[in-house]
Design a binder for this molecule. Sequence first.
Ligand code: C5P
Length: 220
Amino acid sequence: LSDGPLKGKRIVITSGPTQEPIDPVRYISNRSSGAQGTAIARALVALGAEVVFVSGPADVPPPEGVQLVRIETARQMLDAVQAALPADAAVFAAAVADWRVAQEATSKMKKEKGALPTLSFAENPDILATISQMTEGRPPLVVGFAAETDDVIANATAKRLRKGCDWIVANDVSVGTGTFGGADNTVHIISDRGVEDWPKMGKAQVAERLADRIAGALRG
Ligand code: C5P
């Protein structure tokens, strides 16, 4: 571990999508690449943090120098985060599936002529809200993300209060911004001190700046 400002600090990060099984061969997921979460983990490692990286099946390879915990479902992600505590900070960059299939089939569903399957859903745990609202052992700094297409600041501000986290990193993912799968990101940091608008920059730069800000906050 490097001898940086986060030496001795333990930080849990979630990243990537979750996969929610339908049956042994099929699943429901989303298009998260894991790029931003991976970049944040890398930046925190570079500042000397001990990083537990809880990742769904991402497109990008995991960063080096982390304690890697691979999971598939949202429930596994929550278990892994809870098992990783206590921590000095938690950063929830994962795109967690909001719903899972209520009853996962234990054998492959068969295609039958003229019969379409019906899926019913159950709500997944909200990992960010669960950890933010812990009454004992809550990480002193909890950071969530908000990908919004409209009223970015208003929606992200409401999300921060609803979930109970300390900061929300809000980004505009509306069509035309190229944020999804792209190299750049335009973010706003929402905290109890208001809104900070960051200029458009590479995801690695967003990660480095966020890591610096986390180091500043943990220094007190
Ligand atoms: O509610 P929404 O999905 O927009 O919130 C996004 C934030 O909440 C992200 O930080 C995401 O990682 C986190 N989240 C979570 N568990 C969920 C849903 C979202 O940790 N089930």
